[in-house]
Write a new protein. Sequence first.
Length: 369
Amino acid sequence: MWCCELKALILAGGYATRLRPLSYALPKLLFPVCGRPVLERTIEHLSSFGVDEAILAVNYLADQLREHFGEEYHGVKIRYSLEPTPLGTGGPIAFARRYYESERLLAMNGDILAEIDLGAMSRLHESNEALATVALHEVDDPTPFGVVRLDERSKIREFVEKPKLADAPSRLVNAGAYLLEPGAVDRIPKGRKVIIEREVFPALAGEGRLSGYVHSGTWFDIGNISDFRNANFTLLESEASGKAIVGKDAQISKSAKLDFPAIVGDHATVEDGAILGPLTIVGRRARVRRNARVARSILFDDSEIGSESSVEGAVIGNSATIGGGVVIHRGSVIAGHAYIHDKVRLAHDVYVHPYKEVDEDIASPGHVV
Ligand code: GDD
Ligand code: MG
């Protein structure tokens, strides 16, 4: 699949407000999709096309990304470009220029999961002699995205960021991956916050210098909790259809029951009598204690579900602890390092913030801060 000597720049900053409360303590690129951080999957994909260096444009919670990926991951050299203040989606590309100087760059939003054919995209970029090429994907509702009008020669004639439905020129949206020539990077104003989708792409489209490569395969955006769940469950149904995938050194008691599809991560433990699934993902080193029942839920790494507890349709953050005999209903989100005491019952759609201890029942939906 090797295609091109390319450096990649991955936008990995921003506050991920739509993923709160989970994102207060965990950068969104470390959010797991079927048990593995979205950025691990992206770097592996880039590596399969010959990308050998990735620049992570970071700010908020940068240390966790640095700790996770270090200097190299999956044969790809990792560099970190730390912005003094968040510079938007274009500013970080200009700010990191010293790392790629005058080479063509693949720039990407870090919060998408997409198996884009970079070889085909590069060929289109070259044959159109584009200054920049944007990967596109067709969706039902284009309004939360950048939306384009594409002509028959794959040139983007119009680019509108987050339009009203009536103003959307099509249902083809910016999939969040760009090939940029140095001349396109030159168009990003330096030294300030720049939203590339508002300040640069519309202008390039107007000049006929922006191409669009339609990607029709897998594409997920994990930018809010509902899309994050959807990415996990859709991929789970395809990766673990009719089975359970069990990671390295995971320990599953013989008396535990797994309903498919399910994934149990490396070094996780599922104790006697526990019932998991359907549609359940257990993170690395997570523990599901005796007789616990977990369905339609995502458990992040190092979380724990106490014995006799029942968790249905929830997201449990990294290192969160759910005590024994707890009941958690659909739509609830327990952020990282939170602690739910024994026998507590939570209503549906309760959002518990990181490091919070809950020692009494919560009877109605809302945030526990
Ligand atoms: N380094 C850095 N600094 N990264 C940032 C900053 C910042 O100040 N702000 C946002 N990012 C990163 C986010 O982490 C994300 O990976 C990417 O830039 C895009 O920002 P979002 O805030 O997630 O944008 P969006 O989802 O509303 O819209 C973008 O993505 C859509 C596709 O998912 C746009 O590019 C749309 O046009 C596109 O359709
Ligand atoms: Mg996004």
